[in-house]
Every structure is written in structure tokens, then in C-alpha cells.
Ligand binder design. Structure first.
Ligand SMILES: C[S@@+](CC[C@H](N)C(=O)[O-])C[C@H]1O[C@@H](n2cnc3c(N)ncnc32)[C@H](O)[C@@H]1O
Length: 324
């Protein structure tokens, strides 16, 4: 058993500072990339979201993995090594690793920009017999490159991208990203891709605007993170969490709306930012899919969809894409 965490090449705050500066100075719609939600508090709040009654996504994903992990792994030739993009706590991954480890010892590479999520994932997954964990605190593609470089001849690489994180990319960017992932794989390698499906608008809205206020706290924590790391003075009470469904793009959009006209000081960036009353910062997109859309996305990006598993309780698709 081996647990090891290779630390980041470049510290995240450099990128964070630059992206916050660019996103808040943008004329028109202000915007901060959703990958910055996941500091220590943000990762803990995300874990809380996954157990909210209104957020059926994680339970659906986990139901499919629990029921079908043996079938999923039996479709791959042995031996398999696993890399996971944005593993989070890795709770659902356990089912796949356990199924694989019944066939042979497995090396698992979680790839995370959140040090807290990575540490938790590495700790929990290394408790599975016959699983070695070597995590990478790096962005997705840097981490995948490093993981792919460590495989030995004859090993098949299974990449996990669970929980519909693909939906955080705009559709074109998501397609480009899958092509880049494919570029790091060999023929016969596989990508297990989770995708949340289009469902009733009230159900989708409730999943991103729960009455308990956990998703609101997750969204507002982005301003808290800017206060902590970039010495800003955002008053979180003067911003409101907003979740909207965009029917044309088939996505939930999350924003932070300024309740009043106000000016915020970001000392770390030597910058002041003005907000009109009602003006928003766009913080996340969560695109929703149809099962056929995933099949054709796979075809366009150098994969074929080998199998698809759907959850009936909360429309969600788990897709095994094989590199061709
Ligand atoms: C929506 S959460 C999903 C976590 C987990 N896969 C699940 O299904 O519950 C996305 C995770 O990806 C990580 N992440 C976001 N952007 C990333 C990036 N560019 N590179 C590496 N990790 C990233 C975040 O830190 C977060 O833990």
C-alpha cells in the first residue's frame, strides 16, 4: 500500500489572483471560473451539497456505480490503472476501485486542484485492499499527462470524470476538452463519463437553490475566498445567490447578485470594483444532457460509447467511452 501526494507545479493563487482580476474588471458580465469554489471550506460545502435531498445527482451517480461497477470493469481488458479528473472526496469511486481490485492490484491517480479534497480522497481510497494511491495536485490535463506517463506497457488507462463535472464546461469547451483527454489516451483506453440529464425545470432549480441555503453558502464562499486570499472586503450579506435555468443552452447558471450599488476593495490586487444594484457575477454553468447527445459527443471526440447506464429515479447517465 502506498499513499503519496505530489504537490502542484505552480501554486493556484497566482492563477486565482489573475482570474479574479480579469473576471471582475470585465466590461459587461463579470465572471469568476467555478474551479475556484473549491478551497477548504468550498470543498466541505460541496460535500454537504451532495447529501442535500434536492440534489439527486450524486446519489444517482453512486447508485449506478454501486449496481454496475462489476459490469463496467468487466468491459475493460486487464490490467487497468485509474486516473480520476476532479476526484473530490472520491466517495463514489470506491465502487469502481473495489470491483477492479478483485481482479488485480490497482494504482489510482486522483487529480485535483483542491488540496483538501485530494488529501481526503487519498486517505480514504488507500484503505481499500490492493489499491495504491498516487495523487496529483494539478489541473486536469497536467495531472492526466503525469498519470499517463507512469503507466507501464500493457496497462489500460481508465479515466473517471464523474458527477457531471463535464457540465461545468461550455458545450464547445467540453468537446474540446474531451478531444484533449482522448489525445493523451491510447486506443482501447476508456473514459467513464457521468452526465446529468435534462429533467423538470423545478427539480433542476431546486438542486442548485436548496431551501437550506447550502448551495447559496457554496456560491457566496467564493467572495469569502477572495476576502481571505486577496485581502478584499466583500460584505457577503450584500450579495445574493441566484440560480437560473437557461432553456436555450439547457443549463443551470449560478450568479452572485449585488443587492445594492456598492464598491468593493481588493487590496491584494490593488483594485476597486464597482457593482450596480442587481448586477451579477456569473460563477458557474451546469449543462444538462440527453443520452443521445453523449453518444454523439463521444463519436466526435475520438471515442465510441461502449455502454450507457441510466438512473430512473434521478435522470442521470453513466457512459463508458472507449478510445478508438
Ligand atoms: C463538482 S466537483 C465533483 C467532485 C466529484 N468528482 C464528484 O463527482 O462528486 C468538481 C471537483 O473538481 C475539482 N476541479 C475543478 N476544476 C478542476 C481543474 N481544472 N483541475 C483539477 N481539478 C478540478 C474541484 O476541486 C472539485 O473537487
Amino acid at each position: 500500500l502506498r499513499t503519496e501526494t505530489l504537490s502542484a507545479m505552480a501554486p493556484v493563487p497566482a492563477g486565482f489572483a489573475a482570474d479574479v482580476r480579469d473576471g471582475l474588471l470585465r466590461s459587461g458580465q463579470k465572471e469568476i471560473p467555478s474551479k475556484y469554489f473549491y478551497d477548504e471550506l468550498g470543498s466541505a460545502l460541496f460535500e454537504a451539497i451532495t447529501v442535500l435531498p434536492e440534489y439527486g445527482l450524486t446519489r444517482a451517480d453512486e447508485r449506478i456505480l454501486r449496481r454496475h461497477a462489476v459490469d463496467i470493469v468487466s468491459r475493460l481488458p486487464a490490467p487497468v490503472i485509474v486516473a480520476e479528473l476532479g476526484s473530490g472526496s472520491g466517495r463514489k469511486t470506491r465502487w469502481v476501485l473495489e470491483a477492479l481490485s478483485r481482479r488485480h492490484p490497482v494504482t489510482y491517480h486522483p487529480i485535483e486542484i483542491s488540496a483538501t479534497a485530494l488529501a481526503r480522497c487519498a486517505r480514504e481510497m488507500s484503505s481499500i485492499a490492493s489499491v495504491s494511491v498516487v495523487g496529483f495536485e494539478r489541473p486536469y490535463l497536467d495531472g492526466l499527462l503525469a498519470a499517463a506517463a507512469r503507466r507501464v506497457e500493457g496497462e489500460v488507462l481508465l479515466v473517471l470524470f464523474l458527477g457531471s463535472t463535464i457540465g461545468n464546461f461550455d458545450r464547445h469547451a467540453g468537446e474540446h476538452f474531451l478531444r484533449q483527454v482522448r489525445g493523451m489516451l491510447r486506443e482501447g483506453d476508456a473514459l467513464l463519463l457521468g452526465a446529468d440529464l435534462v429533467k423538470s425545470i423545478p427539480a433542476m432549480l431546486a438542486a442548485y437553490d436548496d431551501p437550506t441555503g447550502v448551495t447559496a453558502a457554496f456560491n457566496l464562499n467564493l467572495l469569502g475566498r477572495i476576502n481571505r486570499e486577496l485581502d478584499a472586503n466583500f460584505d457577503l450579506a450584500l450579495f445574493q445567490h441566484v440560480a437560473r435555468y437557461n432553456e436555450v443552452e439547457q443549463r443551470i447558471e449560478m450568479h452572485l447578485r449585488s443587492r445594492v450599488a456598492q464598491t468593493v476593495l481588493v487590496r491584494g490586487l490593488e483594485m476597486v470594483v464597482h457593482f450596480e444594484a442587481g448586477e451579477t457575477i456569473w460563477t458557474e454553468n451546469s449543462h444538462k444532457f440527453t443520452p443521445m447527445e453523449i453518444v454523439s459527443l463521444a463519436e466526435r471526440t475520438g471515442f465510441r460509447c461502449d455502454a450507457q447506464w441510466l438512473d430512473q429515479e434521478w435522470p442521470f447517465a453513466q457512459n463508458l467511452l472507449v478510445a478508438r
